[in-house]
Design a binder for this molecule. Structure first.
Ligand SMILES: [Zn+2]
Length: 352
């Protein structure tokens, strides 16, 4: 039955409306059924994994759109299950394409599990006042700010808020008839991002931590422990990469695109692209102090307003990381915040 679903939704190396392959094939256990669920976002389909056995489990849910619900129901049916048979939903993180249908599934009796640091994302609490202030300090024009917020509000229509869920934290294990599942906290892409390792199998479901051909954005938002401060997402993300490297896992089952079979190469490529971006930001600041908006214009010319949030998040994330490393600092100039390079001290200058 799993095979029928695989043929329908992820058969061979095809899958999903956008035609991007999903993770299936060698090394993926035959009781794991990847389902390509369409999303309205540029990234294309999200992969929901059905774990056959007891309890019948889903890893992630797809967004709360009619097309996604149909794809999930049809995918389960092709594997021989009714949606009512699902008992457990493990949410890798609180982004719309991953948890959007969780509230609907919970209504049908599915127990939803997620990390406590995803509570704000799952409740769809945006801290708009803090974001508005950040964007104003960053020098984004009023219309761009409004378009960006309108984009976020539109995005929020593709998920239903989840207010109650069972909390999972680092090191816990879940019992499943086909094997134990160990919980790994992999913050960065979001503060409470989780990885789910199939113990002794060298396999981990890793959500959006690593994706083939895409550098996952370490999305900037409020720090889960102190929402008045920004979450230092890039530093957390890089620590999570180190943790993954040390996990000894050989096959990653990601939330989008094909399986990742060469973890070292995937991590090396992300680090290379991060370094490149960081150097670009520093080169721009080498010309003089600048607000985030000036950096955005230079790095992403012609960017549509609705895509500004992720671009802003990327640049701001790099600035926070460079600030943490003592390479840049900020100062207020009227209603703007300017970022500048910290001059090298005599000892660093002498050592080059
Ligand atoms: Zn995500």
């Amino acid at each position: 039955m799993a095979e029928a679903a695989r043929r329908l939704f992820g058969g061979g190396e095809r899958g999903g409306r956008a035609g991007r392959p999903i993770c299936t094939g060698v090394g993926v256990p035959d009781w794991v059924v990847p389902l390509a669920i369409p999303t309205p976002y540029p990234i294309g389909p999200v992969t929901v994994y059905l774990l056959e056995g007891e309890p019948l489990t889903l890893i992630d849910s797809g967004p709360a759109t009619r097309a996604a619900r149909r794809a999930l129901v049809d995918g389960l049916a092709a594997a021989g299950y009714r949606v009512e048979a699902v008992r457990r939903l493990l949410v890798t993180h609180g982004h719309h394409d991953h948890f959007g249908q969780a509230a609907w599934l919970a209504k049908g009796g599915v127990e939803v599990f997620a990390h406590p640091h995803e509570a704000r994302n799952l409740r769809q609490e945006r801290a708009y006042a803090i974001l508005w202030r950040q964007l104003s300090l960053a020098g984004l024009p009023l219309l761009t700010r409004l378009a960006l917020l309108a984009g976020l509000l539109a995005l929020d229509t593709t998920a239903r808020p989840v207010s109650r869920f069972a909390e999972l934290v680092e090191g816990e294990t879940l019992q499943h008839s086909r094997g134990r599942i160990r919980v790994h906290h992999l913050p960065g892409h979001s503060p409470g991002h989780l990885g789910f390792e199939l113990v002794d199998a060298g396999i981990m479901w890793t959500g959006d931590t690593l994706l083939e051909g895409i550098t996952p954005n370490a999305v900037v938002g409020p720090d889960p422990e102190d929402p008045t401060r920004p979450f230092r997402s890039l530093a957390a993300y890089n620590d999570s990469l180190v943790k993954l490297e040390r996990s000894g896992v050989g096959l990653l089952l990601p939330g989008h695109g094909p399986c990742i079979r060469d973890l070292s190469a995937a991590i090396a490529s992300v680090r290379q692209r991060q370094d490149q971006r960081s150097r670009q930001v520093q080169r721009l600041l080498d010309r003089g102090p600048a607000p985030v908006m000036a950096l955005l214009r230079a790095l992403f010319p012609g960017l549509p307003a609705v895509e500004t949030f992720l671009a802003f998040s990327e640049v701001f994330g790099h600035l926070l990381e460079l600030e943490r490393r003592g390479r840049v600092r900020r100062r207020r100039l009227g209603r703007r915040e300017l970022w500048e390079l910290v001059p090298l001290g005599p000892s660093s200058a002498a050592s080059g």
